[in-house]
Design a binder for this molecule. Structure first.
Ligand SMILES: [Zn+2]
Length: 454
């Protein structure tokens, strides 16, 4: 084990009560970014915790809620670890569904219940507690560490791209590690190497100036709902293939290493389907569960509206119809390029249908065999006492491409939270043993990175 690490891990174990009390102070401070409740007070508290852990901390303004940044240099020539997280939380509604109030952290059955417990305060505070243990025990950090905590993740991180592009020097590092999201497995930790991207659009069709009598005008007036339905039928085939011309041009085929990692992920596909009341997969049916998330983009109809949907019948030709579509993108697809191809597709098949772009996020990935994954694997094994498994890409979307594409750094996501953390939902919680395992993991990570660099 690297020098100092046994002593630091012992300190982490001795500090449990203090670390828990500090986490509770953080959880008791609301920081609801969409409603601008307590965000600035929380930023000040986070700055104080970074400062108390021996980092030079500062609050940096953005056009929205501020970033909190802290850094501490290690020995000359040591690598630099950038830890990212977010101190804002989702609104706690519906309040009456909480067993204990969302901003009064309460322990039941080894879990702390509070808004932000898992998403993301308990996870990033594990980093801070680990750094504090290091500085207090060894008087220094064995590598250089930077911590960036944003206050707008729960509103889609609107200013992270601009902030990162404008602060390349400040954020210069060798790797980025994010502790966020729930882990799949009860005991074995995981490393996530990337995320799917996203393109979100709204398409709309118009017919007559108002709804028409379907008898008097039937056969005369074009129906905008049919216009959308026909168009949508040209986007995805019944066999499950996306048929937008050129859509797959930049889809990177799964590498043998990715296929190997997928095969090792501990997962029961039948149970996963059953957990949401499903018995079969979307077409094509003969694909592996994880491969669907890792290796394939999607074209999803998130909503389709038009005409009459109420009780009984109403014989009309609707005047308008809209659909919301989200496309999950995989490496190396680019949302701008996919949007251009989608526009061209709509022009060709339904020139009167309007397309509006509502959002986009780039996919991101780091190579499974990146050399800096090895110290992270060792740290997780130390922290959780179980071998981690690799997830080449997760199905959801995060602004991870700011690290891998904008800064060109390897980026790893390591969820410390339990799979049933109920993030964004009532009774959000964090298993305290996982919080302590997270602290030990971050403590081990800086040691392993230092040992690796020698
Ligand atoms: Zn969240």
């Amino acid at each position: 084990m690297p020098a100092h690490l046994p002593a630091v891990l012992a300190a982490c174990d001795r500090n449990r009560e203090r670390d828990r009390a500090d986490l509770f102070r953080l959880l008791a401070q609301p920081s609801i970014s969409t409603q601008n409740v307590g965000v600035r007070e929380c930023a000040g508290l986070v700055e104080a915790f970074l400062d108390g852990a021996g980092l030079a901390a500062q609050i940096i303004e953005t056009p929205g809620h501020p970033m909190v940044f802290g850094e501490r240099s290690g020995p000359p020539g040591a690598p630099t670890l950038l830890l990212y997280g977010h101190y804002d939380v989702q609104p706690p509604d519906p309040l009456d569904a909480w067993v204990s109030p969302p901003f009064e952290p309460t322990v039941r059955d080894g879990r702390v219940y509070a808004r932000g417990a898992g998403d993301n305060k308990g996870q990033f505070f594990a980093h801070i507690a680990a750094l504090r243990a290091w500085v207090e025990t060894a008087g220094q950090l064995p590598v250089s560490v930077k911590v960036l905590l944003e206050g707008e993740e729960e509103c889609g991180s609107p200013h992270v791209d601009g902030f990162v592009a404008a602060h390349r020097e400040l954020l210069a590092a060798d790797l980025v590690v994010t502790a966020d999201g729930p882990a799949h497995h009860e005991t074995r930790p995981q490393i996530e190497y990337g995320v799917r991207g996203l393109l979100y659009v709204e398409i709309s069709a118009r017919g007559a100036a108002h709804d028409l009598h379907s008898g008097n005008w039937g056969g005369i007036a074009p129906n905008p709902v049919w216009a959308l339905v026909h168009l949508l039928g040209t986007v995805l085939s019944p066999a499950g293939e996306i048929t937008v011309e050129g859509f797959h041009d930049d889809v990177r085929p799964l590498s043998p290493a990715a296929r190997d990692a997928i095969a090792r992920i501990p997962l029961d596909p039948g149970a996963a389907l059953a957990s949401v009341g499903l018995t079969r997969y979307a077409a094509p049916e003969d694909l592996g569960h994880v491969e669907r998330l890792v290796g394939r983009p999607t074209a999803n109809i998130a909503g389709l509206h038009g005409g009459y949907g109420g009780e009984g019948s109403k014989t009309i030709i609707p005047a308008e119809a809209t659909a919301k579509l989200d496309f999950r993108l995989v490496p190396d697809q680019d949302p701008d390029d996919v949007y251009a191809k989608l526009l061209a597709h709509v022009r060709r098949h339904a020139p009167d249908v309007a397309v509006r772009r509502l959002g986009a996020m780039r996919p991101s990935h780091t190579a499974l065999d990146h050399p800096l994954a090895a110290p992270l694997r060792r740290a997780l094994a130390t922290g959780f006492g179980a071998e981690p498994f690799d997830v080449p890409l997760v199905g959801g979307s995060l602004p991870d491409a700011v690290w891998t594409r904008t800064l060109g750094l390897p980026s790893f996501v390591v969820p410390y939270a339990n799979h049933d953390e109920a993030n964004h939902a009532p009774n959000e919680n964090l298993v305290l043993d996982r919080f302590y395992a997270g602290i030990r993991t971050t403590a081990a990570l800086v040691a392993e990175l230092a040992a690796d660099g020698r």
